[in-house]
Structure formats: C-alpha cells, structure tokens
Design a protein around this ligand. Structure first.
Ligand code: GDP
Ligand code: MN
Length: 336
C-alpha cells in the first residue's frame, strides 16, 4: 500500500525522523506567513507539475489546485535550506538484507543523478557507527544517525517495502525530511491495524458505514438509495461486503473518503457506486471518485445521474472509468 506524503510523515515522526511542522486540510484555509502548499497525490513528480507551491496566500493556492481536482493538501512551514540529499531504504532482493541508498544531490532530478551509493546493513547485526560514518563521508554531511535509524525501523518494524526521503533538506536546525514516499507490504498490513487506524483521514461528520460479510462494496448518497442499491446487489445474486452512505450534498472529499473506507476493507473485490445528484453535483462526485480510486486499486462500477451529469461523466470517462446509465447495468457488470 502506497502512503500519501502526510501519512508517511506521520510514521517518520513516530520513528524519530524530523519533519517540518504542517497540517492536512481539505478546503482552502488561510495560514499566515510563507508556507508550502503540497497536493497530496500518490504519484510523484509534483514539483515539476506545479503541485508543490511556496506561497504567502495559502487560500488562493489551495482554491486553484482544487480546480484541478485535488482534494487533500498538506500545508507546511517554509523551510529554507541550501542542500538537498536523497536517502532511501529497501530490502536487497539478493541478500535479503536492508540497504540504504543515498546521494549527495537529491531533489527533483534524482533519476538522472550518477552519484548514488548503496550501503548494506546485514540483518545479523545492528547499525554501527562506522556504517553511518561511511554514508556521512560520502554525502559530506554529519548528522544522519536518526534518519538512517528511522528508515531501518520502517523496514524492519513497519514492514515497509520502500521508505524514501527526497529531498532531505540540510537546514540550520539539522536534517529535515521535506518529502516522504513510503510503501507498506500489503501482506503484512494485518500486523499494523493500530497504525492504519491512526493514518486514516479524519472522519467526516455525518457518515454511515456498515460492514457485512460479502465481497461487493457499495457507496450511495442518501439512506434510501444506498439500501435500494444493496437490495439490488442481493437480488441479482451478489453479496455486499460493506456500504457507505455519503448523504446529501456530498463533496468530493467525502466521496474520496468513502471509497477509501469501503475499498480498504480486505473482503471488498469490487465497488458499486450509485449517486443521484441533486444538491450533490456530479462533477464534484467524479473528482472525488478519481481521488479515492487512486488509493484503492479495485474495479469500480459507477452510476451517476443528476446535476452536472455530463461534466461528471466526462471526467470519469477520460480517466478510463466506465459510467452506467442505470444501477442495474452497473451491478450487472460488477457481478459478471
Ligand atoms: P515531488 O516532486 O512529488 O517529489 O515533491 P517534493 O515534496 O519532493 O517537492 C518538490 C520540490 O519542492 C523539492 O525537491 C524541494 O526542493 C521543494 N520543496 C518541498 N517542500 C519544501 C519546503 O518545505 N521548503 C522548500 N524551500 N522547498 C520545498
Ligand atoms: Mn520528492
């Protein structure tokens, strides 16, 4: 499971890797002073796409990015720094030992860098002073111990497949992780239920989520429509795994949250979404579906009608998600 930057940073701070101060928001807010607004997407390369912005007007910056369909933002203090290092940890496939990969020249063009070295720390011993010495010598910066220890902890205690910091900024108050890329081993997630609970987005005010024992996830707006969708799934021979009623006037953040909540249930194989747009605008819903779907990689079957229907359908179709005219066809395909 890929983690969002803000989720990875939460674990960083648990394992003692210093991070900038920040907060996660889902709508425009005004934070005084110079800050960095960072779109929370699972894909990298945000810097190059203009989705990491230094600004003194966080409100307008977030409003702008929301027009591009982004719903989750990390606002961080601006950290001035003169050096950026690349550092990551993963298991060496051949030897099965943890390794640290490091480069003195981190930043957004790391792929092209030739100055990259790998340091293996054999599993049968702990990290030694001389391991860190060699890394520090290579990058020309002293003070990597907590970073290296934290990254190794991510591999060994949190079952991370990859833990990457790019860039690690060298600042007046030491090394700070400005970015995080963490992938957890899907097969080990059951060992980290407590952690996953902590990482979940804040629960929206009026949701209703219920778990059952089948394998189809269901999302609808309004109790009536959600229940009717569930009945249809059963009538057509399927078995609901869980359902989520996003309620009336659901915004894209809530829809994304619903997909994440329904879809991360390990029993769910497919997700049926049945939205009748009234106050709820279909284009908002569609953006929320894309956002949620980037986290949950399971097939989804969408029925979407109502206000701004054409705009909503276009957003989804462009992204390769099929939209159905009626619930029967959507469920029919899901049960095929
Ligand atoms: P990515 O492009 O998706 O990997 O996003 P990053 O979080 O790595 O941001 C891209 C670039 O923005 C980094 O390489 C940094 O140079 C810069 N950046 C990110 N966060 C900060 C920050 O807090 N302060 C400053 N000055 N620059 C930042
Ligand atoms: Mn980065």
């Amino acid at each position: 499971m890929k983690l969002y930057e803000y989720e990875g940073k939460k674990i960083f701070s648990i394992v003692g890797i210093p991070i900038p101060k920040g907060q996660v928001v889902y709508s425009p807010v005004n934070v005084p002073g110079k800050v960095v607004v960072k779109a929370q997407l699972l894909e990298g390369g945000r810097g190059k796409r203009g989705l990491v912005r230094v600004t003194e007007d966080s409100f307008s910056t977030i409003s702008d990015m929301m027009k591009e369909g982004i719903s989750t933002f990390l606002i961080e203090e601006f950290v001035s720094h003169n050096r950026e290092i690349y550092i990551s940890a993963m298991m060496d496939r051949e030897s099965g030992n943890p390794m640290i990969i490091i480069s003195p020249n981190g930043g957004i063009n790391i792929e092209e860098s030739k100055d990259v070295r790998t340091f293996v720390i054999p599993l049968d011993r702990t990290l030694m002073r001389y391991d860190v010495d060699a890394m520090e010598k290579y990058v020309g910066y002293r003070g990597l111990t907590p970073i290296v220890q934290g990254l190794l902890k991510l591999l060994l205690e949190y079952d991370a497949e990859l833990a990457e910091i790019n860039p690690l900024a060298i600042t007046e108050r030491g090394a700070l992780a400005l970015d995080s890329k963490v992938i957890l081993d899907d097969n080990a997630l059951f060992r980290h239920e407590e952690l996953l609970k902590e990482l979940r987005r804040e629960k929206p005010a009026s949701d209703s989520y219920v778990e059952l024992d089948g394998d189809i996830g269901i999302i609808g707006n309004g109790a009536g429509l959600t229940m009717a969708t569930m009945d249809l799934v059963k009538l057509m021979g399927g078995n609901p795994a869980d359902f989520f009623d996003v309620g009336g006037g659901a915004d894209m953040q809530k829809v994304a949250f619903a997909i994440e909540r329904v879809g991360t249930n390990p029993r769910v194989k497919k997700i049926v979404i049945n939205i009748f747009g009234g106050i709820t605008r279909c284009d908002e819903v569609a953006k929320g579906i894309l956002d949620g779907h980037s986290k949950v990689n399971k097939p989804i079957y969408v029925r979407l009608t109502g206000t701004k229907e054409d705009e909503g359908k276009e957003i989804l179709t462009k992204a390769g998600i099929k939209v159905y005219e009626d619930a029967l066809s959507a469920i029919g395909d899901a049960l095929r």
